[in-house]
Design a protein around this ligand. Sequence first.
Ligand code: IPE
Ligand code: MG
Length: 230
Amino acid sequence: MDGNGRWAQRQGKPRPFGHRAGAETVRAIVETCADSGVEVLTLFAFSSENWARPEDEVSLLMELFLMMLRRETRRLHANHVRLRIIGDRSAFPEKLRQRIAEAERLTRDNQGLVLQIAANYGGRWDITEACRRLARRVAAGGLDAEAIDEARLADELAFPDLPDVDLFIRTGGEQRLSNFILWQAAYAELYFSDLLWPDFGPDALRAAFVDFASRERRFGRIVEQRQVVE
Ligand code: IPE
Ligand code: MG
């Protein structure tokens, strides 16, 4: 989700105005995903690098996050959405951590859309943590280093049970991954939109789905082998 600040500034408004508008977009996009049969939606809300922003912007983003959890959790629950926060939550204010835990507990058994909010998440952080856990096991004698393969490492990631990313969408005109879920996005189809996040509505999302449907996913193979992986 990129472009909130620019969206506000273009209208001569302060950046927080854009973040609030962006929160409304979240609501519409979550609904569209749930209605479209998307199984997992991951929103990159706050990266581990976003702490470097001015203090008042960081605290506003925290407040917005808290407000969204307070305001939306019941509705998400009623719509069978399972909410998960991925990222290093230890750095969040206590109240936010509590609220996150409650929302996750409430929606834990829901069978609808899995909504993941990446907050204080970094792809490198995730992989590094996984490596550290494996290294500990090896050091303790419980694991043979030679037994570490991709599947074993993937098992140690913050959310090992999640499928790989199919479609990666970035708004706001930038064309980079910015340390998003790097491991799982290895074969993601990349889609870049020039729309700023507050302008990225259901129609824009559906356009991305249509584009995705036209992609030929070969996973390193050749066209004639395609059915093997589908
Ligand atoms: C939202 O957009 C992303 C968040 C970190 C919440 P930005 O805040 O990055 O907006 P721009 O890129 O400055 O326009
Ligand atoms: Mg940005």
